[in-house]
Design a protein around this ligand. Structure first.
Ligand SMILES: NC(=O)c1ccc[n+]([C@@H]2O[C@H](COP(=O)([O-])OP(=O)(O)OC[C@H]3O[C@@H](n4cnc5c(N)ncnc54)[C@H](O)[C@@H]3O)[C@@H](O)[C@H]2O)c1
Length: 338
């Protein structure tokens, strides 16, 4: 029987998830959608976002039940799983309500605006036998899953240096205009790389960051060095302070003992591997990270297994990591993580 999903919040991310469910086929059925905006609910308003093609259309809006109040979707007995794509401040109240209602839950990142709030969700998630998964999508993007495997298997030796970069103009809309709501680029965008760094190397012992606010009252451009015993150089830069028209760009360069891997989303052949005096393109698994993430969530529910590729506790740790980075920007020195 298909897993019956309800999606709350139909902006760029909600629309992206709806399209991914539609591509997944019979394993899942979106039986209800909720948004306070009638145009979004009717599929009339396409949301702007940073990944081209992510919400290109393909979902049939005529079929599911429609709610203007997300609470009504959460209490709908016909729903097995709730997928929350609301602005960040709504993640904790709607997330807790969904867990209390006995639903499986996919929760967009960052799971909460603060680490203290994120831990409320971790406690609730660890007390239920339902699948509760944070949507840390980079752990599912083909260029990044390739990297995780190469690092874990030491396919090209140990990592000597790893640099990540994720930059764009300031996203539009009232949620992104508010640093209090979104947490600025540090929490909203750069979190992706902080989380992936945690995924690759565990939590660092310290962070040392510089940055500035320009679009909101939060940190909108940040650059961090992460302190590890086992890797000499790990750093990441995240920004939504680029000029309009610059576009979105995510990239990494990872220098192994025996090869250098380079990914750039703006290149036609995004991943290359240089070794033995040659630079070669690397073929990647097809599909976007969102497709793989949603297929994994549905598979966990169908097979009654807890997510291992990403946990709520790890997602909370990534919020803690970014909070330490923001503190380092404010204080002007390294911050040691306990
Ligand atoms: N994983 C990723 O790559 C990624 C990318 C973009 C955004 N996000 C995250 O997804 C979340 C949503 O971002 P977005 O860009 O889709 O935002 P958005 O502003 O485009 O969309 C939010 C939608 O929620 C609706 N909404 C707001 N409050 C509501 C409420 N109380 N009840 C019902 N509907 C309500 C709005 O009408 C809007 O349609 C954010 O937490 C963001 O950080 C993740």
């Amino acid at each position: 029987m298909a897993v019956r999903v309800g999606v709350i919040g139909l902006g760029f991310m909600g629309q992206t998830h709806l399209d991914a469910y539609a591509r997944l086929g019979d394993a899942v059925e979106v039986v209800a959608i909720a948004d306070q905006d009638q145009d979004r609910l009717g599929g009339k308003q396409q949301a702007a976002g940073n990944i081209e093609g992510a919400n290109a259309g393909g979902f049939d809006y005529s079929k599911p039940k429609k709610y203007t109040d997300g609470n009504d979707l959460v209490s709908d007995p016909d729903i097995d799983a709730v997928d929350i794509c609301l602005p960040t401040p709504a993640h904790v109240p709607f997330g807790l309500k969904s867990i209390e209602a006995g639903k499986h839950l996919l929760l967009e990142k960052p799971i909460a605006r603060t680490y203290a709030d994120a831990m409320k969700l971790v406690e609730a998630a660890e007390a239920t036998d339902k699948v509760v998964m944070p949507a840390m999508c980079m752990r599912f993007w083909p260029g990044w899953t390739w990297l995780k495997k190469a690092v874990d298997e030491q396919a090209y030796g140990k990592v000597l240096g790893a640099s990540f970069r994720r930059v764009s103009p300031h996203p539009k809309g009232p949620f992104y205009a508010s640093g209090d709501a979104s947490g600025g680029a540090a929490l909203d965008l750069h979190l992706h790389d902080a989380d992936f760094i945690q995924h690759l190397f565990g939590m660092p012992r310290s962070v040392s960051s510089v940055g500035y606010s320009s679009k909101t009252n939060a940190v909108d451009h940040i650059s961090t060095h992460y302190g590890y015993e086992q890797v000499p150089l790990v750093r990441a830069e995240g920004s939504w302070a680029m000029a309009d028209g610059f576009g979105f760009r995510m990239s990494y360069t990872v220098n192994f003992e025996n090869a250098t891997a380079m990914f750039d989303s703006s290149d036609e052949q995004p991943l290359t591997l240089s070794q033995n005096d040659e630079k070669k393109p690397v073929e990647l698994e097809a599909g976007m990270g969102y497709d793989h993430e949603i297929a994994y969530f549905v598979d966990c529910i169908a097979n009654s297994r807890q997510p291992e590729r990403v946990t709520m506790r790890q997602a909370a740790e990534s919020v803690r990591l970014v909070e330490a980075e923001v503190k380092s920007v404010a204080d002007g020195g390294a911050v040691v993580l306990g």
